[in-house]
Design a protein around this ligand. Sequence first.
Ligand code: 0D3
Ligand code: CA
Ligand code: ZN
Ligand code: ZN
Length: 355
Amino acid sequence: MTVAEMVTADASFSRKIRVMQKFFGLQVTGKLDYSTMAVMNKPRCGMPDVANYHLFPGEPKWTKTTLTYRIDKYTATMSKSDVDRAIDMGLKAWSDAAPLSFVKTNQGEADIMISFESGDHGDSYPFDGPRGTLAHAFAPGEGLGGDTHFDNAERWTPGANGFNLFTVAAHEFGHALGLGHSSDPTALMYPTYKYQHPIGFRLPKDDVKGIQALYGTKHSGQKTSVVSESPHPAHCHPNLSFDAVTALGNELLFFKDRSFWRRQTQLTTLRANSIAASFPQLMANVDAAYEIAERGTAYFFKGPHYWATRGLRIQGPPRLIYDFGLPSIVQKIDAAVHLTSSKKTLFFVGEDFYR
Ligand code: 0D3
Ligand code: CA
Ligand code: ZN
Ligand code: ZN
């Protein structure tokens, strides 16, 4: 039996994997397969991912970062310059959040062709007169892709009366860039109109997550190495790894250098603590840790020593790992895991494991 098979054969481990797979929308197998491990290896800041945005089927997106737009037909209810300003600001909401830029043209075919249209206008999505549907836009692609139409039967305004053009344009450009509707009522991509004040508008969080899922963050291109000034490593740094992780009662403990983080299963916040302050005997740089939940006991490993704890209280002096039957050439272990169903503990040392 391989390690992966042994770990997978453990019922409680398999249950945890199933929960995780469901949470991340993966195929629920209860097995530690490649797609599950790929998700585990992504940095996720120790926080659950909460997102309500939706992408279109097939996740269409623009394959270039500079897009052209052209305002082809204006409306009678607003001045040309007010329309230009509302459109410009609607696009800027998105280019502020993702590495995209927009260039205005006045002739020829632009990526995003913008027009005010009445009733039937030749794309098989006729408008419905005042209210109801305000506008529509086509997902990224050739031809109609990206094109954005406003129902000319609405009273379009630069202010808070009638329908605010900036608000509707910003929403439609979300579609034109590849976002569907969001179930988050605070999102711009929520399906129903709510006036948004154009001055100082910042895209809500859920929309930022959506657009960055498609196009990345503004700085994801330039790899810079961030050096943490704080005594505790920044827990959102994408390169952060942990020395050891263990459950302890209803908490998860993460160890790194001189710090550890406690995460209660119901809470999403993590607080850095100093290892030395809570576990003086342990000091820094824990190698490995595991919990035997039924006994309420956790074991911590550092070099050839280990400590047992009940909760956060250390039980007795450090002992030697050879008590577990490890050969004397082993000076430290890399990781340890306890399998509840088989009542076995696995110790990982380099390429090998012991049980
Ligand atoms: C629409 O017409 C959306 C456009 C929209 C949605 C949210 C914010 C700005 C623009 C079609 S993609 N929605 C309809 C609407 O809100 C349902 N109509 C006006 C109303 O007040 N119900
Ligand atoms: Ca309408
Ligand atoms: Zn149309
Ligand atoms: Zn919409």
